[in-house]
Ligand binder design. Structure first.
Ligand code: SF4
Length: 76
């Protein structure tokens, strides 16, 4: 199981849908067109792309990770 989770800051989300496009198994829109986390995380790189692509920085890493997750290619 992943040692990290991702959350949506609803106040910052403008409903652009970028996260839903990049990671459709992790994010969806609710009835207010705000992003919600809907499923178990997709591969880390997929979710990272969605988090980094959010124009309002409404997505953030949470839970028991002591640091933001780092992709393998960044571990140098
Ligand atoms: S990319 Fe950001 S602003 Fe757009 S729907 Fe997702 S969380 Fe909201």
């Amino acid at each position: 199981m992943a040692a990290w989770k991702v959350a949506v800051d609803r106040d910052s989300c403008l409903g652009t849908g970028i996260c839903v496009v990049y990671a459709p198994d992790t994010f969806a829109h609710d009835e207010e067109a705000k992003a919600v986390v809907v499923g178990p995380p997709e591969p880390l790189d997929t979710v990272r792309t969605a988090v980094e692509g959010c124009p309002t920085r409404a997505l953030r890493w949470t839970d028991d990770a002591t640091e933001p997750p780092v992709a393998d290619h960044e571990r140098r």
